[in-house]
Design a protein around this ligand. Structure first.
Ligand SMILES: Cc1cc2nc3c(=O)[nH]c(=O)nc-3n(C[C@H](O)[C@H](O)[C@H](O)COP(=O)(O)OP(=O)(O)OC[C@H]3O[C@@H](n4cnc5c(N)ncnc54)[C@H](O)[C@@H]3O)c2cc1C
Length: 432
């Protein structure tokens, strides 16, 4: 929903669909760059190749090598502070499957690829497709191709409703975030987890197999890796976070980057606190809002480093947060960056801004006075609420362009968008 992913008090343009398209999102970001005069600071097609700290634990600079792809030249530059904002969905995670290559090369036009390479449903005309994984990408893809492909078989990891009259399959497996279940994809059969591939079939853990699949799409998520930090020796990729008492150097097991205070401030002792910040790592959290909150923290602490507590104090806070997650039954090594499972997204924003408020910054631009939450109350809504609004909006859409425009008539300010969502929610299951 568009408003959930906006910056504060910056709604989308009037008449933008409540469920914005990628073009709408592009427009929103472009408007933001124009309104905030940012274009002169942006270097497109420049890739950071590696970053190395040149200095000590108390002083120094980040030395970056950057590839200018337009001119094909590599430049070097040094910076006091480094913000890593490469996004959580950049490096595909592909599980290892025994026999995958044998299956792929034994049939004509068989293919397996990650959902990051999915572009359009049209190419699935007449194909038999197996989508692996039922996260947002998996759900999104099956819902788009189910009517186009011959049959879509879907490895389902959430609790789903099985619909009749379909040729497709769906599997049920306990999940970390049951509240997110309930997505409905009609016409999809359920299959359990893949056990292995053979030259002519895909075998599942229930000993069933499928022999006629042409395409397997791995909607299996992304890896939290930052190759340019790893290349410079400042982020170890490891299978085990292994919290050794004397070793707090930065590492990732591809799901969790450790040790970071509030998912953004590196506690690695090789450089001063405040030298390396990460943006928008928390998952199932609107990235735009999250990034702005984290930027508030980062910029204020860069401007005044005395705002930063000691590394040990931040470290104790991190351990306490991990303990809180464990107490809820979630392994921090897997779910450490899910603020949704921990304190919740809005509580997270309030904690980060609260840190600044408690240090006398309440009332500064964008920071409410001490005692007042940063998160707008309308953002504190639960998943069933969101689904209800979405379902009713889809009903509005199904009535055609004119009805959509009537609903969007005069909706311009953030308050008016919120009122629109409230109205959709109040319609309840009856809908429009
Ligand atoms: C299929 C899909 C659907 C989604 N749907 C939604 C949704 O409906 N609502 C929602 O809120 N979120 C959604 N998300 C999540 C959302 O896209 C991300 O949360 C958001 O894009 C993160 O923003 P970001 O700026 O942190 O990272 P990104 O948007 O990923 O931007 C990171 C940028 O860093 C660049 N970069 C990476 N490495 C380097 C390097 N070495 N040097 C220079 N640049 C580099 C990348 O090229 C990229 O331009 C979806 C994600 C996916 C994959």
């Amino acid at each position: 929903m568009q408003l959930a992913v906006t910056a504060k008090h910056m709604p989308y343009r009037p008449y933008t669909n409540l469920l914005p398209s990628s073009d709408d999102i592009w427009q929103y970001v472009t408007d933001m760059i124009t309104d905030w005069n940012l274009s002169s600071y942006i270097r497109l097609s420049h890739e950071v190749l590696d970053a190395q700290w040149k200095g000590t634990s108390t002083a120094g600079r980040w030395a970056l090598r950057v590839h200018d792809k337009t001119k094909d030249v590599i430049t070097e530059a040094a910076y006091d502070h480094l913000f890593v904002a490469v996004g959580p969905d950049h490096y595909p995670n592909e599980p290892h499957f025994e026999g995958r290559e044998m299956w792929e090369h034994s049939g004509i036009k068989r293919q397996i690829y990650h959902s990051i390479y999915y572009r359009s449903p049209d190419v699935f005309q007449g194909k038999n497709v197996l989508v692996v994984g039922a996260g947002p990408s998996g759900v999104d893809i099956v819902s788009r191709i189910v009517d186009i492909a011959n049959s879509v078989r879907f490895l389902w990891i959430w609790i789903m409703r099985i619909l009749t009259l379909s040729k497709t399959y769906i599997s049920v497996k306990p999940v970390a975030i049951p509240e997110l279940s309930g997505n409905i994809v009609e016409g999809v059969h359920v299959k359990p987890v893949i056990e292995r591939f053979t030259s002519n079939s895909i075998v599942f853990t229930d000993n069933t197999s499928l022999t006629h699949i042409d395409t397997v799409i791995l909607a299996t998520g992304y890896k939290f890796i930052i190759p340019f930090l790893t290349a410079g020796g400042y982020l170890e990729e490891t299978s085990n976070i292994s919290r050794l008492p004397d070793d707090r150097t930065l590492r990732t097991n591809t799901r969790y980057i450790w040790p970071l205070w509030q998912h953004m401030l590196s506690l690695d002792p090789r450089y001063p606190l405040g030298s390396l910040y990460f943006m928008s790592i928390p998952i199932i959290t609107p990235a735009m809002y999250c990034g702005i909150v984290q930027t508030l923290f980062a910029l204020h602490t860069i401007a005044d480093p005395s705002l930063l507590q000691s590394r040990d104090t931040f470290f104790s806070h991190l351990l306490a947060q991990e303990d809180r997650l464990r107490a809820k039954g979630f392994d921090p090594d897997k779910y450490g960056h899910s603020v949704y499972l921990n304190q919740g997204s809005n509580a997270y924003y309030d904690e980060v801004v609260g840190y600044l408020q408690e240090r006398g910054l309440g009332g500064m631009p964008e920071i409410p006075p001490l005692g007042q939450n940063y998160s707008d109350s309308w953002r504190v809504i639960d998943m069933p609420h969101i689904f209800s609004v979405v379902v009713n909006w889809l009903k509005v859409e199904s009535r055609g362009e004119d009805v959509v425009r009537q609903w969007l008539e005069g909706v311009e300010t953030e308050d008016q968008w919120v009122a629109l969502m409230d109205k959709l929610f109040d319609l309840g299951e009856e809908g429009i």
